[in-house]
Design a protein around this ligand. Structure first.
Ligand code: SF4
Ligand code: FES
Length: 295
């Protein structure tokens, strides 16, 4: 249920209500009905006031809970949240949860675009809730879970498949030869650092994967984030030639780089501005080069 008023204790009395015909019980039930009617009236008036108030943000939030009877049907709930300068969509959601409906469920942690846990579908686009200013959005602000992912509850989606695709490209540094002294630094040239710099910024939020039409239609496609991760290591000069070859074999598979149709949707939504399509194209060139044979 959406509301603009904090939850009260009044509902508690409806629990364990007993059927009875005694005058005392009837009186009590009548009082309860009156309180409920008064509460509904207050809520309706508050909703009217909030809707008319320019300093209020109107949120339309996707709700779904497969485990609670009566909440299994997906729907949108309305919340009217007091606006303040600098308010993000995550701030507004937290206000709604803390003041109106404690069952409203969404992920968040760092609140500074670092942990990647609050990627959402906000006004029709994949964005981080903590990075999106309410003042930049049209009203009402529509908040939905990431498309093309299974919804667990409300705004929380199952990220398991995304993590599996990331793991598939072995997203960690591997070299052919380790230095004799394990404390010896393995240097990288400035030029090489520049080349991979943007690819290292990924925060595993899943926004790119959710925006990709190819990933939506092919569940086995590695997807832009995993391919970007493969780029990050395949282009690192400190990785050995054997490992680079192995990485190229991973990304060249049937559901790898060649599935990308350069639609740029991933690049558009990435909150860390990683040029994902460019990186995938670079991997395609590397794959072609490694397959060229000269007789
Ligand atoms: S590449 Fe960008 S959009 Fe994709 S998971 Fe990483 S940070 Fe998120
Ligand atoms: S809360 Fe961590 S990225 Fe938004």
């Amino acid at each position: 249920m959406s509301t603009q008023q904090p939850e009260t204790q009044e509902d508690d009395e409806s629990e364990g209500e007993l059927e009875t015909t005694s005058p005392a019980q009837q009186q009590r039930l009548e009082k309860k009905r009156q309180r409920a009617a008064a509460r509904e009236q207050r809520e309706a008036e508050a909703a009217e006031r909030a809707a008319a108030d320019e300093n209020t943000v109107h949120l339309k939030v996707f709700r779904y809970d497969p485990e609670v009877e009566g909440k299994q049907e997906p729907r949108f709930d309305d919340f009217y949240v007091p606006f303040h300068k600098g308010m993000t969509v995550l701030d507004a959601l937290m206000y709604a949860r803390d003041n109106y409906d404690s069952s409203l469920t969404f992920r968040h942690s760092c609140r500074q675009a670092i942990c990647g846990s609050d990627a959402l579908f906000i006004n029709g686009s994949q964005r981080l809730g903590c990075q999106t200013q309410v003042s930049d959005l049209d009203d009402p602000v529509r908040v939905e879970p990431l498309p093309h992912q299974e919804v667990v509850k409300d705004l929380v989606v199952d990220m398991e498949h995304f993590y599996d695709q990331m793991e598939a490209v072995e997203p960690y540094f591997q070299t052919d030869d380790l230095p004799d002294d394990e404390l010896e630094e393995q240097h990288q040239t400035r030029e090489n650092r520049e080349k991979v710099k943007m690819s290292t910024r990924c925060i595993w939020c899943g926004a790119c994967m959710s925006s990709c039409n190819i990933a939506a239609g092919d569940n086995q496609y590695l997807g832009p984030a995993a391919l970007n991760k493969a780029y990050r290591f395949a282009m690192d000069e400190r990785e050995g030639a054997d490992m680079k070859q192995r990485r190229l074999e991973i990304i060249e598979q049937e559901h790898g780089v060649w599935r990308c149709q350069t639609q740029f949707s991933c690049t558009e939504v990435c909150p860390k501005d990683i040029p994902l399509t460019e990186h995938i194209q670079a991997l395609k060139r590397e794959a072609v080069k490694s397959n060229l044979k000269f007789w």
